[in-house]
Write a protein that binds this ligand. Structure first.
Ligand code: FES
Length: 110
């Protein structure tokens, strides 16, 4: 082995062709079936949310939909768990700040 094995190699996965989504306006490649979190990780992004108050960076913690650390805004909808939702072609994935409602005009603290 050359040390360059990927998770896809390890499970002998043969996904279909990649399609494109965007993260904060930059194009990222998404393999069919990838969650938003997996697509972001594949693109080298490990944090896509900041906490209320202190603005600490967050990404995946549990990876199974329990901790809610991975919240992200997808197609204008805040508070989507990136570890659970599938990335679809053309998705507009955005960093979520605080509760994510600033971007929707609903205000913080809800
Ligand atoms: S990483 Fe815990 S809910 Fe997504």
């Amino acid at each position: 082995m050359n040390g360059k094995r990927t998770p896809l190699d390890l499970v002998r996965a043969e996904p279909g062709p990649a399609y494109t989504a965007t993260f904060d306006g930059a194009q990222i490649a998404v393999l069919p079936g990838q969650t938003v979190a997996a697509a972001l990780w594949s693109a080298g992004v490990t944090a896509w949310r900041t906490t209320r108050g202190t603005g600490e960076p967050r990404g995946v913690f549990c990876g199974i939909g329990v901790c809610f650390d991975c919240l992200v805004t997808v197609n204008g909808r805040p508070n989507q768990r990136a570890c659970l939702i599938r990335a679809e072609p053309g998705d507009d994935i955005r960093t979520q700040h605080g509760t994510g409602h600033d971007e929707t005009g609903e205000g913080e603290g809800r």
